[in-house]
Design a protein around this ligand. Structure first.
Ligand code: AOF
Ligand code: ZN
Length: 374
């Protein structure tokens, strides 16, 4: 995730409590200074939330910091659905006198309803915290826009919408899921310069370098399920496991492995049916992609899935407008007309990538962006 730079305020200074008086207040007045300070602390909360990405479905990744007299007293992030929310994680190590008069920064509006856990606004009200600063408004209808009213009634100051775009971007997959029941869909593929998914003849299956493949492996740490078509299973016999050490250290479990097949006739000896994670493999026979996605959301709590191929499944996903985000690894190689094309379907209209970001990985390029909805 990109959260931007730390801004003009020295973050280390803030952390160590060295900026008691902000110079900006001299030049611009207190409110400008407070805004800068709020943004700097929210960036720290965003970094905390980044640790939760991929771990919390069907809940959102949320991060939090508690600050008193310019000093960060504690941090926390939501670690798993059913566990304490970010605010509770941050509050739990602080004594009552430390919490009194402090400010809590949280990337998502604090929840105000009873779910698997009690409402955070109740804990905040009891804590002595005197100011609440949050980023995104909670799209969950149970909580949306309620925290401000509830907390203000208690005399607690509330400021919403701080670094809202960054906070919204962080929970984009979950926001779609909580509003529609459908998981966020990432189409991931490696292609040649001319858009082929495969090399000619017996040249082997890899187009991109090992570095690109390791980067793509990290993406598996962001999602709840990986989808492939039966053709890819037969041809490549992929493991589809999460092997990225950092993601595993964060506590990310293996994503579900989902195979879509028309006939249901699949090789019994394939890795996904025989390895240690075979219990996390699902097969859907003769079901539309839309129905599969809906089922993954409703019955398996999948807020985000990644389609890893092949061309037919990716084509179907693009043609039916089911893709939200694309992550393409492009190798500097030409494969010619016999290669399987990235989108193996006719599209009624071209689809554009919004907010594309380009990264060079070794000799390959990674292009990541959102798919336009119209
Ligand atoms: C927060 N902080 O860290 C999270 C929030 O079933 P529960 O009790 O875990 O509640 C889930 C809902 O709470 C979820 O749909 C979202 O609206 C909110 N998540 N809220 O203030 C957190 N994870
Ligand atoms: Zn909560």
């Amino acid at each position: 995730m990109r959260f931007g730079s730390a801004g003009s305020i020295n973050l280390r200074g803030l952390r160590e409590g060295r900026i008691a008086n902000c110079l900006l207040s001299v030049c611009y007045g207190v409110s400008v200074c407070q805004k800068e300070i709020d943004c700097a602390h929210m960036r720290v909360a965003l970094r905390e939330a980044g640790k939760a990405v991929g771990l919390t479905s069907p809940n959102p990744p949320v991060g939090c910091v508690i600050v008193k007299r310019g000093k960060i007293m504690s941090r926390g992030h939501h670690r798993r659905a059913g566990g304490p929310h970010a605010e509770i994680e941050a509050m739990k190590d602080l004594k009552a006198h430390a919490l009194k008069g402090s400010t809590i920064y949280v990337t998502l509006e604090p929840c105000s309803s009873q779910g698997r856990t009690p409402p955070c606004v109740t804990a905040i009200k009891r804590s002595g915290i005197s100011r609440v600063v949050y980023g995104s408004r909670d799209p969950n209808p149970e909580n949306k826009g309620r925290a401000g009213r509830i907390l203000c009634r208690q005399g607690i100051k509330v400021e919403g919408g701080v670094l809202e775009e960054h906070c919204d971007a962080l929970i984009r997959p979950w926001s779609k899921f909580i509003s529609t029941g459908m998981p966020w869909v990432i189409a991931k593929a490696a292609t040649s310069l001319d858009g082929a998914l495969t090399r000619p003849g017996n040249e082997g299956q890899w187009l991109t370098s090992e570095a690109s493949r390791a980067d793509a492996g990290k993406l598996r740490g962001e999602v709840d399920a990986i989808l492939i078509g039966a053709g890819t299973l037969r041809k490549d016999d992929p493991a589809l496991t999460l092997r990225d050490r950092a993601a595993l250290r964060r506590g990310k479990g293996q994503p579900l492995r989902v195979i879509l097949s028309r006939s249901g006739r699949l090789p019994k000896k394939a890795q996904v049916f025989t390895d240690d994670h075979r219990d996390s493999t699902l097969v859907y026979s003769n079901r539309s992609l839309r129905a599969v996605l809906k089922d993954l959301g409703a019955r398996h709590d999948c807020a985000s899935v990644m389609i890893e191929g092949g061309g037919k499944l990716l084509g179907d996903a693009f043609a039916k407008k089911l893709v939200d985000e694309v992550c393409l690894y492009i190798a500097p190689i030409l494969c010619g007309v016999k290669g399987v094309p990235l989108v193996g379907a006719a599209l009624p209209a071209s689809r554009e990538l919004l907010q594309p970001s380009v990264k060079r990985i070794g000799k390959d390029l990674r292009l990541r962006g959102l798919v336009s909805t119209d």
